[in-house]
Design a protein around this ligand. Structure first.
Ligand code: ADE
Length: 235
């Protein structure tokens, strides 16, 4: 899998070298390239923004540098197997199912906007050639798409086969956040007693059936409390 980032802050992506993602890179499972969008500007100030047509506050990212970056990285031919991710608070909510879909693709280009956003024609141009995903991390506004692109990257890359050592931990997780669509139950480790707080007895009972039932009940209770929107009518 090859990941490209178009951004005016390529240093944001230096963190990809560490942890799980760094391992995936050294193992040759993913290749990452962060590009400074200003490379495709031609004026003395390396301008990437301009005032919004129609007036209003803030600045909008000019289409020209994006177009030239696309030409160089992707050419101009249509190819729906190329995925373009545009993080934006106006996007569709980014969820685990989307991460799973993206973990199977060969090429993703992240377009990280700043200011009031990217000229709409850039996204329309990309959508006419490649597969565009406008994704939102949640109902809040970040200063730009970089942090969102990093979050999407981590969610996607850890699902690439071979990146996580123990596929069982993925299976377990998809049980609690995927198929069942519930929040994860609380977890504990030793010591059994810590600062007057004990691990629930059932987890030390060795009774697998009771443990599974307890975990399910905890998941349902937590989901009811924090995310009732995820519960079906029977729970
Ligand atoms: N860019 C700015 N805010 C964002 C958000 N909430 N999600 C994705 N990209 C963003």
């Amino acid at each position: 899998m090859r990941l490209d980032y178009l951004t005016i802050f390529p240093e944001y992506f230096d963190v990809l070298e560490i942890s799980l993602l760094g391992k995936a890179i050294t193992q040759g499972l993913v290749e990452v390239h962060a590009h400074d969008l200003r490379r495709w500007t031609h004026d003395r100030h390396r301008t990437v923004d301009d005032t919004p047509c129609g007036g209003g506050a803030g600045m909008v990212m000019k289409p020209d540098p994006w177009g030239e970056a696309f030409d160089e990285l992707l050419g101009t031919a249509p190819d729906p197997s190329i995925h373009v991710v545009v993080p934006t608070p106006s996007g569709v909510p980014f969820v685990q199912a989307e991460a799973e879909d993206l973990s199977g693709v060969e090429r993703i280009v992240f377009c990280c906007g700043r200011y009031e956003g990217i000229d709409r024609r850039v996204i329309d141009y990309a959508a006419a050639r490649w597969t565009v995903h406008e994704l939102s991390l949640g109902d809040y506004v970040l200063n730009g798409g970089e942090v969102a692109a990093l979050a999407v990257t981590e969610a996607v890359v850890r699902l690439v086969p071979g990146v996580i050592g123990n596929p069982e931990s993925l299976a377990e997780e998809s049980y609690s956040m995927g198929e069942e669509g519930l929040l994860e139950y609380p977890v504990y480790t030793r010591p059994v007693s810590w600062r007057g707080l004990d691990v629930p007895d059932v987890l030390m009972s060795g009774h697998h059936g009771r443990i599974a039932r307890w975990r399910h009940d905890e998941s349902v209770a937590l989901t009811r409390l924090r995310r009732p929107d995820l519960l079906g009518p029977e729970e």
